[in-house]
Structures are given as structure tokens and as C-alpha cells.
Design a protein around this ligand. Structure first.
Ligand SMILES: Nc1ncnc2c1ncn2[C@@H]1O[C@H](COP(=O)(O)OP(=O)(O)OP(=O)(O)O)[C@@H](O)[C@H]1O
Ligand SMILES: [Mg+2]
Length: 305
């Protein structure tokens, strides 16, 4: 779907008014503070993220960096403390309870890490996929088609305990797709699987993305995942810190390039290992060159005595 010139023009004028413009997912300065027993934990501290419709994006980051917090906000389960979170033009901070229910049923699909949490064990795969359709008042005709698309058509009449973990997660993707959502979110969907089975689950997510046009955001610990997706966003301390983009090089080879994320006011995070290698702490010296900026460890201040 290539946008027409007038669409591009309209987009360009809108872009100047709001961060992220009319992108499918826009998080602008997102903050989520948890308060438990008087202690505050800042799980997201001014996170910016823009994802376009039809993208397949992986989110990686250390444990505690805020990945699940972000997905819970995007899925409509949790409300952030401050900032902007919009999906498909809907404002996730100010939406009414009724809109939120509609959002969670029909706009977004979710896949949990724990295979058991995604599916009802006493139903067959097909019945699991039909259930959300029925709850939304639709007929369940598409269930078999979805299972086949994801490579688990042969599991349609099996109950959940009769399938492997990888098969269960692919059925879970079919359940998430049941009501034709615009977006699916998956939090560590391959966390309990071995690498070969993980690949099948990623294949299924890619199928959903490429063939149904669904935007897919997947959180993972797996560092190899950037080979499976177009864009990998790194999160550190509740902020997006890096991005890896994959593209085809001149000779058809796949090139992966890592970038640091620059926010609107010019902040960026230096990779921890770069800082450690040069003993950078607290402040650095910057020098503007004609085509780059140099970053040096601060000079030792001469002492007065
Ligand atoms: N319900 C909660 N109450 C209080 N603190 C929380 C809650 N949920 C998350 N946190 C804290 O917020 C921070 C971010 O947590 P989050 O679960 O988003 O991390 P994560 O990146 O998903 O980690 P993991 O890779 O281990 O799943 C952590 O410091 C965590 O302890
Ligand atoms: Mg998590």
C-alpha cells in the first residue's frame, strides 16, 4: 500500500503538529510509576516510541527495563502515569471504560509467555479460537483458516494438553487474531520454548504480519531475534535507547545496523560497554566535526594544591 502524494502531503503537515503524527503506535514521553508500600518505582521514564502500521518490531532489554510495563499499557490493561499513548488514533489514557473494552476485544490481541495463560485446556484449538469471536458476537467461521495459516491446522480438534508448547503458542496467536485486530502484542512468547520451536512461533508471527497486515510488537530476551524482524528497539531503564534496522544490501545480503536513539531534545544513551571501556562517567567532552560529533572522557581537572 503505497501512500499517494496527497496522503504524504497531509501526513507531513500533521507531523509538524504532534510527535509521531498519525503513526499506528505513538508513545510520547510515557511515564509509569508504581507505588508499593510507600516506595516508588519508575518503570517507564519518558519513553518515546513510534511504530507504523504493518511493522514487525521486536523490543529487547534487560530484566526490569520496562518491557512488560510498556506492553501492558499498549494492551489497555494498565494506564500510564503521564505522557501520551495512542494506538490507531485512540488515546489510551483518556478512553472510557466502554471504549477500553472494545479496544481490548477487537483492536488489540495479546499473547502471554505462559502458554497455559493463553488457552483454555478443556477446549479444542478451534473452540479456543472461536471463543473470542463469539464473545464479540461474531460467527466463528474463520477459526480453521487462521489455524491453517499459522501451520497448526492439524491441531484444530486437539485439546490443549495434546499439543507441544510451540503448537500451543501458534494456536495462541490464532486466538489473538480471532477478532481481526489491527495490532498484536506478545510478551516473551518463546520464553518457555527451545530455539527450533521458537523459530516456528516467529514464523507464525511473521505470517500474521505479512499476510494479514497486522502490526506486531514482540518482547523478547532472545538476542538473535533481530535476525527475524525488520526493526529491533532496545529499552534501557524505562527508555528506548537503541534501534537495529535490517535491510537488504547492494548484493542482496542482509545488513543489520545498530543506532542509538536520539530524543527530541537531543538526549541519547551511550552503550554501557562503550562508557566502561573509556572510563566515562558523569560528564564527557563533545566536539563538533564537519560530519560527526566526537565524544571524549572529561579531562582530569588540575588540582589546586
Ligand atoms: N505491579 C508492579 N508493582 C510495582 N513495581 C512493578 C510492577 N510491575 C513492574 N514493576 C517494576 O517496574 C520495573 C519494570 O518492570 P517490567 O516488568 O516492565 O520489566 P521487564 O522489562 O518486563 O522485565 P522482565 O524481562 O524481567 O520481564 C521493575 O523495576 C519492576 O520491579
Ligand atoms: Mg517482562
Amino acid at each position: 500500500m503505497n501512500p499517494t502524494l496527497s496522503e504524504l502531503e497531509a501526513r507531513a503537515t500533521r507531523k509538524s503538529t504532534a510527535f509521531g503524527g498519525d503513526a499506528h503506535i505513538v508513545c510520547d514521553n510515557l511515564v509509569r510509576i508504581y507505588k508499593t508500600e510507600g516506595v516508588e518505582v519508575v518503570a517507564l521514564q519518558g519513553l518515546d516510541l513510534v511504530i507504523d502500521e504493518g511493522e514487525l518490531v521486536a523490543i529487547v532489554g534487560a530484566s526490569g527495563s520496562g518491557k512488560s510495563t510498556l506492553l501492558n499499557v499498549l494492551s489497555g490493561l494498565d494506564v500510564p502515569t503521564a505522557g501520551v499513548a495512542k494506538v490507531a488514533g485512540m488515546d489510551l489514557l483518556s478512553m472510557s471504560a466502554r471504549d477500553r473494552l472494545h479496544y481490548r476485544r477487537s483492536v488489540v490481541g495479546f499473547i502471554w509467555q505462559q502458554t497455559a495463560r493463553n488457552l483454555l485446556p478443556y477446549l479444542t484449538s478451534r473452540e479456543n479460537v472461536e471463543l473470542p469471536m463469539k464473545l464479540a458476537g461474531r460467527r466463528g467461521g474463520r477459526a480453521t483458516e487462521l489455524l491453517e495459516l499459522l501451520g497448526v491446522g492439524y491441531c484444530a480438534d486437539r485439546r490443549i494438553p495434546e499439543m507441544s508448547g510451540g503448537e500451543q503458542q501458534r494456536v495462541a496467536i490464532a486466538v489473538a487474531l480471532a477478532n481481526s485486530p489491527q495490532l498484536i502484542l506478545a510478551d516473551e512468547p518463546t520464553g518457555e520454548l527451545d530455539s527450533e520451536t521458537s523459530e516456528q512461533v516467529f514464523d507464525a508471527l511473521r505470517k500474521a504480519n505479512r499476510e494479514l497486515g497486522v502490526t506486531v510488537v514482540v518482547v523478547t530476551h532472545d538476542p538473535l531475534v533481530s535476525e527475524q524482524v525488520d526493526r529491533t528497539v532496545g529499552i534501557r531503564d524505562g527508555r528506548t535507547s537503541s534501534e537495529t534496522l535490517r535491510r537488504e544490501g547492494a548484493e542482496g545480503q542482509i545488513v543489520a545496523e545498530e543506532y542509538a536513539v536520539l530524543d527530541r531534545v537531543g538526549r541519547l544513551q551511550l552503550p554501557r560497554d562503550f562508557m566502561n571501556a573509556l572510563d566515562m562517567e558523569r560528564r564527557v567532552r563533545l566536539e563538533l566535526e564537519s560530519d560527526h560529533i566526537g565524544v571524549w572522557p572529561a579531562r582530569e581537572e588540575p588540582s589546586d594544591d
